[in-house]
Design a protein around this ligand. Structure first.
Ligand code: ATP
Length: 360
C-alpha cells in the first residue's frame, strides 16, 4: 500500500556563495533523477547580487518564499569580498528568524566506519539527531557595547530564552520521536536535554522546568539531562547512547559541528530548519568554504543528503530513501571527493549518485 503520492511541490533553490554554488546543482541533479514531482525556481540571493546592486533580500523576499513555495533548498552564504558578512546574516538568519523556522534538525549518522575518527566505532553506533533551538538564544544580537575601544569597554551579549520558544522546541523533540525511526527501524524513544544550568541558572531554570513539564505528557519516551561540557566528552568517548538531543541555539551550533566530525566531517552533514506546517528551509551544515570554492573539490554529499531530508519532509519518502541508499553505496564504493578519501570531483560525485538514483 504505502502512503499516498504527494502532489507536485514547489521548491525555492538558493545556492548562495562559494561551494554552495557547486553542491546545490549536484543536489538538484539528484532530485531530478529521483523522479520526485517537484517544480524548482532559482533565486540569486548571495554575495554576487549584493555586490552588484546592494540587495541582500528583495523587499517581499521572505513573504514570497512563505507564500509561493513548499520548501527551500539553500546552499551556503559567506564571501571574503563582503567583510561585514551582512548579506549572509540577512539571508540566512533572516529566513530562520523572520520565517520563524524554530527547529534546526540535524541527523547524525555514520555511513561507513572508515569515515569516523573514533576507534572501533561502527555505523550502528552513531545514529542520533540534534534538535537545536533556532530563533532565540545569543543569536538575536541583543545587548550592546559601551565605551567601545577604551580600556573601560563593556560588551553585553544577551541570551534570550522565552517560555514559548523553549516549550515549542522541547515539544518538537518529543514529537519527533513519535514520527522518526532509527537505523534499526525502531522508533526513537529517548530525549536528552542539554544545557549549562549549573552556571546559567536563569535560562537553565526555564529549560529544566519546561523539560520536566513536557516530558510528563510523553510517558513512553525516556528522558535524560546532561551539561553541555559533559555531553561533548561523552560524544567523543562513546556516541552510542545518544538518540534525540534537544538544546539551545549556541550549544546546538557547537555540538553539531562536533557531531559532524563523527560522520566524516562537514561535507557529510545535512540539516533542516523547520516550522511544522510552514515553508521550511533545508541546508547542508557546512558553510561557503572559500579556500576550496570553485575548484570542484567540495563534497556534495551533505547537500545531497539535505535534499533527501527535504524530500522526506515533503512526503516523497521513497525518493528520499533511494537517494540516501545511493549516497551510502557511493561511500562504500569510494565514489567520493578527497575530503573523505576519494579521488572524484564535486560534479563527478553528483553524476554518480544521480545515475544510481535514476536506475531504480
Ligand atoms: P561558515 O562561517 O559559513 O560556517 P566556515 O569557513 O567557518 O564557514 P565552512 O565553510 O563550513 O566553515 O568550512 C570550513 C572548512 O571545512 C573548509 O574550508 C573546508 O576545508 C572544509 N569543508 C567544509 N565543507 C566542505 C565540503 N562540502 N567539502 C569539503 N570540505 C569542506
Amino acid at each position: 500500500m504505502g502512503s499516498p503520492k504527494p502532489s507536485k511541490k514547489r521548491i525555492a533553490i538558493i545556492p548562495g556563495d562559494g561551494i554552495g554554488q557547486e553542491v546545490i546543482p549536484q543536489a538538484l541533479k539528484v532530485i531530478r533523477a529521483s523522479g520526485a514531482d517537484v517544480i524548482t525556481t532559482e533565486f540569486d540571493w548571495g554575495a554576487d547580487r549584493y555586490l552588484r546592486d546592494g540587495t541582500t533580500v528583495p523587499a517581499d523576499g521572505f513573504a514570497t518564499l512563505g507564500r509561493d513555495f513548499d520548501a527551500i533548498l539553500a546552499g551556503a552564504f559567506g564571501d571574503p569580498r563582503v567583510k561585514t558578512n551582512i548579506h549572509a546574516k540577512e539571508i540566512l538568519l533572516g529566513m530562520r528568524f523572520k520565517m520563524d523556522l524554530y527547529a534546526n534538525v540535524r541527523p547524525v549518522r555514520l555511513l561507513d566506519a572508515a569515515l569516523c575518527p573514533l576507534k572501533g566505532v561502527e555505523p550502528k553506533d552513531v545514529d542520533f539527531v540534534v534538535i537545536r533551538e533556532n530563533t532565540e538564544g545569543v543569536y538575536t544580537d541583543s545587548g550592546g557595547v559601551f565605551k567601545q575601544g577604551t580600556p573601560d569597554e563593556i560588551a553585553i551579549q544577551e541570551d534570550i530564552n522565552t517560555s514559548k520558544g523553549v516549550e515549542r522546541i522541547i515539544r518538537y523533540a518529543f514529537e519527533y520521536c513519535e514520527r522518526h525511526t532509527k537505523l534499526d527501524g525502531t522508533l526513537r524513544s529517548r530525549v536528552l536535554m542539554c544545557d549549562k544550568s549549573n552556571a546559567m541558572t536563569h535560562a537553565g531554570g526555564l529549560w529544566q522546568r519546561m523539560f520536566k513539564e513536557i516530558s510528563a505528557e510523553y510517558p513512553k519516551i525516556s528522558t535524560q539531562h546532561m551539561y553541555v561540557d559533559a555531553l561533548c566528552m561523552q560524544m567523543v568517548r562513546d556516541p552510542r547512547p545518544f538518540d534525540v538531543i534537544v538544546t539551545n541555539n549556541m550549544f546546538g551550533d557547537i555540538i553539531t559541528d562536533l557531531a559532524a566530525g563523527l560522520q566524516g566531517g562537514l561535507g557529510m552533514a545535512a540539516s533542516g530548519n523547520i516550522h511544522p506546517g510552514k515553508t521550511s528551509m533545508f541546508e547542508p551544515v557546512h558553510g561557503s568554504a572559500p579556500p576550496i570554492a570553485g575548484k570542484n573539490l567540495a563534497n556534495p554529499f551533505g547537500a545531497i543528503l539535505t535534499a533527501a531530508m527535504m524530500l522526506g519532509h515533503l512526503g516523497f519518502t521513497r525518493e528520499s530513501d533511494r537517494i540516501e541508499a545511493a549516497v551510502l553505496e557511493g561511500v562504500r564504493q569510494g565514489k567520493t571527493t578527497q575530503d573523505i578519501g576519494g579521488t572524484l570531483g564535486t560534479r563527478e560525485v553528483g553524476d554518480w549518485v544521480a545515475e544510481r538514483v535514476g536506475q531504480h
